[in-house]
Design a protein around this ligand. Structure first.
Ligand code: CA
Ligand code: FE
Length: 303
């Protein structure tokens, strides 16, 4: 069975209390546990224990957890990952708070991916029986859920091949150098039915471009901008639209400089969705469709 989704991101943060204010007060996530230099949080519409784990010390990506459907799937991915030639370790229940047994894989681009199929279930404030459409009391942006992550790679093609061959992801959109000599520069890959569950962008190994939270609609992105202004959150790109994925977007930073995104719109994907190709000469329009320009900082600014 396909991998289900991006389940969690483990982020390194310089100051745990400042990071907690950002994720819990500005973004409005629920703190589900904390201690030992770590804080776990979830969006209001997420059922599992957490989707973000903050880890004190530094900045950047400690790991991404992708939730799988069964132990049989994990065994299959383990065999395929070893055959692919990446480093694979077993992850034991309890290595991470609320997370069951799994695998820890080092990508060709050096980031850590964790595959697991069990996380403690905590449910939502609205419950499952005749639920209200949202919690009555909200905070900040009140992000419903984590959506995707974007990482950088010196050779995005190697990472794309790993996700497709080992984990069964498919590319919804790809950026190539030019139509003739098609060196892959970036890839947007999905396992579920959204446009991407991970993006692989050109850049240094081991780094995070951003994690993205799904929000309801365009107005929620504008509302997020209002909250960022109130809280002094550094905004990199105000409400805008991507050509790639057709998503509505805004980029901003947590206090450690880890880039976050709020995102909505886009389209569904299926096993037969054809792949869109973008060429490098159209990159600015692909990334920011309306302004058709972006600063180098968007690609070089990684943690
Ligand atoms: Ca997704
Ligand atoms: Fe994104």
């Amino acid at each position: 069975m396909p991998v289900m989704r991006l389940g969690y991101a483990r982020l390194r943060v310089e100051d745990l209390e400042a990071a907690k204010r950002h994720y819990a007060e500005t973004l409005g996530m629920r703190v589900t546990a904390e201690g030992g230099g770590r804080i776990q949080l979830k969006g209001w519409d997420e059922f599992d224990h957490h989707s973000v784990q903050l880890e004190e010390g530094g900045a950047g990506l400690a790991g991404l957890g992708y939730k799988c459907q069964s132990a049989d799937d994990l065994a299959l991915y383990e065999d395929r990952a070893r055959a692919f030639g990446v480093t694979v370790e077993r992850m034991s229940k309890g290595d991470h708070v609320a997370v069951g047994d799994g695998l820890r894989v080092t990508l060709p681009s050096e980031q850590t991916i964790e595959l697991y199929c069990e996380m403690e279930y905590v449910g939502t404030d609205v419950g499952l029986l005749n639920p209200e459409i949202r919690p009555r009391h909200t905070r900040g942006v009140d992000v419903p859920r984590l959506d995707h992550a974007a990482i950088t790679a010196p050779e995005p093609a190697d990472v794309e091949r790993f996700f497709c061959e080992v984990l069964g992801f498919r590319a919804s959109e790809r950026l190539v150098s030019d139509p003739g000599e098609a060196k892959l520069l970036a890839s947007w890959l999905y396992c579920g039915q959204t446009m991407h569950d991970i993006a692989v962008l050109p850049g240094p190994p081991g780094k995070l471009s951003h994690i993205a939270f799904w929000v309801e609609d365009w107005h929620a992105i504008l509302n997020a901008g209002d909250i960022f202004a109130m809280d002094g959150t550094p905004v990199e790109v105000g409400p805008s639209r991507h050509g790639i994925g057709r998503a509505l977007t805004s980029y901003f930073f947590d206090p450690s400089g880890n880039r976050n995104e709020v995102q909505t719109g886009s389209y569904r994907t299926y096993a037969d969705t054809p792949t869109v190709t973008w060429t490098a000469d159209q990159l600015a329009k692909g990334v920011f469709y309306i302004q058709r320009e972006f600063s180098e900082g968007f690609l070089t600014g990684v943690t």
